[in-house]
Write a new protein. Structure first.
Length: 240
């Protein structure tokens, strides 16, 4: 043992713990300082966006009016049903409005992430904790009127999809069909984007038509069946 034994060990061990505690305290202070700096920069950007108004709380006051025109008795629509809130709304919206190829790649990436021993724990937490921390409050609190409320979650899902694509490509030595599957999924994504152009806002994947009207599936996926599942900004937002 580098610290020896007995009293010498106790003194050395206590010294090492003291050093670790000091390093931890410095790191906490550093993180707090960086976070404060980020908040300051964000505040200055917001103020500049509002052309430096005299009222420093104008942004906060405007944010409070975002939902001021929402009706308290509004009922959401999901698959022919009306209700003030659906706990599964945003999960179903994701499964219907994201291309199936993207969902498959994200699923493969999630499995690869959980099984990987080479990806650092911090990286795993980065890919899993933020989207969960964003998705759960939206499910519990946001209005059930559009997939746009989970847009901050999607970049993390796309990172998982990228990991899934890389996993398929790198599995070529063990699984011969893996690269071909990767190519098919990428081609499927391109076809979905081209097929629904220029009406990407109203896109629904093939699953929207699969159960009741499979004949309606086209190059734009299941967009023709979308209004049977969701309404509001999932279908159109007066963009024309």
């Amino acid at each position: 043992m580098p610290c020896g034994s007995g009293k010498k060990y106790k003194n050395c061990h206590a010294l090492q713990e003291s050093i670790q505690e000091r390093h931890l305290g410095r790191n906490v202070l550093l993180v707090c300082g960086v976070f404060t700096a980020i908040c300051l920069v964000a505040f200055l950007v917001i103020e500049a966006t509002y052309f430096f108004p005299g009222d420093l709380l104008m942004y906060v006051k405007c944010a409070r009016t975002v939902n001021a025109d929402h009706r308290s008795d509004y009922v959401a629509y999901l698959a022919g049903q009306l209700s003030p809130r659906f706990m599964s709304y945003f999960a179903i919206a994701y499964l219907l409005k994201e291309p199936i190829a993207s969902i498959i790649l994200a699923g493969i990436g999630l499995v690869a992430l959980l099984k990987s021993h080479s990806i650092p724990v911090a990286a795993k937490l980065f890919l899993l904790v933020p989207p969960a921390a964003l998705f759960v409050p939206v499910t519990l609190l946001a209005d059930d009127i559009g997939i746009r409320y989970i847009m901050p979650v999607l970049p993390f899902v796309y990172l998982l999809a990228g990991l899934g694509l890389a996993t398929l490509v790198n599995a070529a030595r063990k699984v011969r069909w893996a690269p071909y599957a990767a190519a098919v999924l990428c081609g499927w994504l391109v076809l979905a984007a081209v097929g629904v152009y220029p009406d990407h806002l109203s896109y629904f994947n093939e699953a929207a038509c699969l159960l009741d009207k499979p004949g309606e599936i086209g190059l734009d996926g299941g967009t023709r069946c979308g209004p049977a599942w969701l309404d509001d900004s999932n279908v159109e937002w007066a963009e024309d």
